[in-house]
Design a protein around this ligand. Structure first.
Ligand SMILES: Nc1nc2c(ncn2[C@@H]2O[C@H](COP(=O)(O)OP(=O)(O)O)[C@@H](O)[C@H]2O)c(=O)[nH]1
Ligand SMILES: [Mg+2]
Ligand SMILES: [Zn+2]
Length: 313
């Protein structure tokens, strides 16, 4: 039988730096032959555009979460990638990395990989990597579950907060995982993929959970150009009022430049927006994804639309 293809799960709480790390990793020559499956909660997917490598080996699993509603879809995608590789329809790959949603519990995903017969026959679980950011740490219960299931822990955003106290907590929580630090994903792939394989025993899922404590994603798409200043004021107001419930904001904004402005907010922290040189595809409309608890999508949309209109007049 042909060798099994290793699968690595990349997990970590909303905004902790999974996509940033993955994009950097993929830029290393030794990581070239990697297929990627990106899972996002929202129906509008953004992350895969940021990997700066759009080819047939990059698969988006949108509008749901692989740890609960999309577990079967993950198995389907893996089987499909395999078939397409055999038929020469995708560039060769020697590893698959799955970026989970920020609220995913890795245990049921690992269980799927180990229990689905076709998947188990062709793939093997290589690693569970969890990113934890030094600013928010293990505050969310989801990030505790993720860190506890990981073989490698990547402490991100050490440039913003001291990673020391967090690393202490991490090694108490998960003494066998290797802890590495990375700012903006700056890391040698060997730090994550080299060395012994160590995997935690994973209990079977307890029937699954359809929702993650009411965490949902809402996408807003705008036809008209946005004024960044007005948008910034609106977002500041929203986060001031609802900061604790808005876990994550990300978007590609049409502000009239040749490329979009990439917006990234993690709870009350809005990272400085980045101008992308060009749009990732032919859709040049602004799209913003809000991930949070008990958010009223309609009200969000109306309030933003009203604000943008007022700013224009
Ligand atoms: N200051 C700082 N920001 C980071 C670091 N890593 C990621 N970020 C930023 O955090 C935000 C969320 O990162 P992202 O990779 O999209 O997180 P994900 O939701 O886990 O995929 C983005 O604005 C990143 O630029 C880091 O090490 N330092
Ligand atoms: Mg991401
Ligand atoms: Zn889930």
């Amino acid at each position: 039988m042909a060798e099994k293809t290793p699968v690595t799960l990349l997990t970590g709480f909303l905004g902790s730096g999974k996509t940033t790390l993955l994009a950097r990793l993929l830029s290393h020559p030794q990581m070239g032959e990697t297929a990627v499956i990106v899972n996002e909660l929202g129906e509008v997917a953004i992350d895969h555009h940021l990997l700066r490598r759009v080819d047939e080996r990059t698969v988006v699993l949108g509008n749901g979460c692989v740890c609960c509603s999309l577990r079967g879809d993950l198995a389907d995608e893996l089987r499909d990638l395999l078939g397409r590789r055999d038929r020469g329809e995708v560039p060769p790959f020697r590893r698959v990395v799955v970026e989970t949603t920020g609220v995913a519990d890795p245990a049921p995903i690992v269980y799927t990989l180990l229990s689905e017969p076709v998947v188990r026959h062709h793939f093997e679980l290589e690693r569970v990597i969890a990113t934890v950011d030094a600013v928010h740490g293990l505050r969310a219960p989801e990030s505790v579950a993720q860190a506890a299931a990981a073989d490698r822990l990547v402490v991100t955003k050490g440039d913003l907060a001291s990673p020391g106290p967090l690393e202490k907590r991490l090694s108490a929580l998960n003494p066998t995982a290797r802890i590495v630090e990375a700012s903006f994903g700056e890391l040698e792939p060997d730090a994550l993929f080299g060395g012994d394989r160590h995997l935690h025993a994973v209990p079977p899922p307890d029937g699954g959970h359809a929702e993650h404590g009411g965490v949902q994603a809402h996408s807003v798409v705008f036809e008209e150009q946005l004024d960044w200043t007005a948008f910034g004021v609106w977002l500041t107001m929203l986060l001031a009022a609802r900061g604790a419930d808005v876990l994550r904001v990300k978007g590609l904004l049409d502000v009239g430049a040749p490329g979009p402005l990439l917006l990234n907010g993690v709870q009350h922290v809005v990272h400085p927006p980045i101008h992308l040189e060009r749009w990732p595809d032919s859709d040049h409309r602004s799209r913003i994804v809000f991930i949070g608890r008990d958010l009223d999508a309609g009200a969000l949309e109306l309030s933003l639309a009203a604000f943008v209109r007022a700013a224009r007049s």
